[in-house]
Design a protein around this ligand. Structure first.
Ligand SMILES: NC(=O)c1ccc[n+]([C@@H]2O[C@H](COP(=O)([O-])OP(=O)(O)OC[C@H]3O[C@@H](n4cnc5c(N)ncnc54)[C@H](O)[C@@H]3O)[C@@H](O)[C@H]2O)c1
Length: 437
């Protein structure tokens, strides 16, 4: 089958490369000329483990190509995927659909023959109807079926997730479109990945509901962590104790500095807006978003209290800047609000991230970027682990102690266990000693 993938970001590039690997002929289209030029020269413009090899192998097999020009690949395609960004609209939090609508217009002008237009971007309920309306307005003669096929991959494990999904959700009631989608996902289907067919609006809603639920689990365990700190519980054990219950499940129950990333925060807010407009407000999700927002900045107070309450003139080393390990994505990373709050409180910040430094430099000002955890720790009063990169799991604490002004570790990801690190004052999430009256 011929596939045109509009948008070559985290989702478009991974999906395009995986479809090519399934044996389809894929062209990734992006309006960002620099991104396409880098891809054409064999460079991957984002960090995703294994993607370089997958892309190179499929270019060699002549199943994967890149262009800024949408018309030719769309004209040839059996299926055109829209995988452009849907960020929060500035000011009100609604999903910004301008890229989706622009792509729909361009696709409409270029399609020939029966074509399935698939929305892979995360979009509000009813967006498929609007994409269809736009296409019919531009090209009343076009033979298209508009399908919703939301993506559930996680950055950092994106290829594995795409090739071994828990489920594939396909929103269409068009029989011909259903056949095309089954053909595209055939290798996964043969592998027993459940294909869930729904109507288009339901598919759109499934994606937002899934992300809101995951966000709720994180916000919930974070509040339980706060309670543990007050009453002397251990949140790691609470999470394990409830997570072993199959009805609850152990995933997404890691207490930390609050959820970030390119999806959970913006999708929660977008869903809240959809629900308010539909007069079916989602109070739980509203609370989750509010609680999470306050938490990220609140982590700076935790650092301050580890240092006796006052950060003026103090120097803080921050380890890990991306919103999670194994990605270079800085969107909505908890590190951003934490660092800004530390600076507001009068601290100097030094920072290190194994992969995300280039993106971080564009978003953060007034901090000293360092080239290793050890140079980052030099002369600092506290070390704060914000993102649990693998290389932070076995730090040389003797060496760190040797270069730091004070031996204080604030572990916002509970990478270490209390009492494990000798010679350091250790602070973590949800595992404090009980306060005795
Ligand atoms: N990143 C994730 O982990 C993830 C997971 C699941 C779903 N999603 C959803 O997938 C969508 C894409 O996310 P992403 O992280 O890949 O975004 P991204 O910002 O990394 O990539 C989007 C790309 O689309 C391009 N683009 C925008 N308008 C275009 C147009 N008209 N024609 C051609 N190219 C265009 C941009 O230049 C950019 O390269 C979003 O809706 C997101 O919510 C993301």
């Amino acid at each position: 089958m011929h596939v045109a993938m509009i948008g070559a970001g985290y989702v478009g590039l991974v999906s395009g490369a995986c479809f090519a690997d399934f044996g389809h002929v894929v062209t990734c289209v992006d309006r960002n000329a620099e991104r396409i030029a880098r891809l054409k020269s064999g460079e991957i413009p984002l960090f995703e483990p294994g993607l370089d090899r997958l892309v190179a192998a499929n270019i060699r097999e002549k199943r994967l190509d890149f262009t800024t020009e949408l018309a030719a690949p769309v004209a040839q395609a059996d299926a055109v995927f829209i995988a452009v960004g849907t960020p929060s609209r500035r000011g009100d939090g609604y999903a910004d659909l301008s890229h989706v609508h622009a792509a729909a217009r361009e696709i409409a002008a270029a399609v020939t023959g029966f074509t399935v237009v698939v929305t892979k971007s995360t979009v509000p309920v009813g967006t498929g109807d609007e994409v269809e309306r736009i296409i019919r307005e531009v090209r009343p003669d076009a033979e298209v079926a508009v399908v919703s096929n939301p993506e559930f991959l996680r950055e950092g494990a994106a290829i594995q997730d795409f090739k071994h999904p828990d489920r594939i959700v396909i929103g269409t009631e068009d029989e011909r479109a259903r056949k095309v989608m089954e053909g595209l996902y055939r290798p996964l289907y043969l592998n027993q990945a459940p294909l869930l067919f729904t109507n288009r609006r339901t598919a759109e809603l499934i994606k937002y509901a899934a992300n809101a639920f995951l966000a709720t689990k994180i916000a919930f365990i974070n509040e339980i962590a706060d309670l543990c700190e007050k009453v002397g519980g251990d949140v790691q054990q609470v999470a394990r104790g409830i997570g072993l219950d199959n009805r609850i499940g152990g995933k997404f129950l890691h207490a930390g500095p609050g959820f970030g990333g390119s999806c959970l925060p913006k999708d929660a807010v977008a869903l809240i807006k959809i629900a308010q407009d539909a007069e079916a407000p989602l109070r739980i999700v509203e609370t989750v978003a509010a609680v999470n927002d306050v938490r990220k900045r609140g982590m700076a107070r935790k650092v301050a209290s580890a240092l006796g309450g006052n950060l003026r003139g103090k120097s803080i080393a921050v380890l890990g800047l991306t919103f999670k390990p194994n990605t270079d994505d800085m969107r909505e990373a908890p590190s951003i609000q934490l660092i800004t709050a530390l600076q507001d409180m009068g601290a100097k910040v030094r920072a290190y991230d194994p992969i995300g430094m280039a993106q971080a430099r564009e978003m953060l000002t007034g901090i000293d970027f360092c080239d290793s955890p050890y140079s980052c720790a030099e002369g600092t009063d506290a070390l704060v682990i914000v993102t649990e990169w693998e290389q932070f799991r076995a730090l040389d604490f003797d060496r760190l102690k040797g270069v730091m002004k004070q031996a204080i570790l604030v572990d916002l990801r509970n990478v270490y266990r209390p009492g494990e690190i000798t010679g350091f004052a250790y602070h973590s999430i949800g595992r404090a000693e009980p306060r005795r009256p």
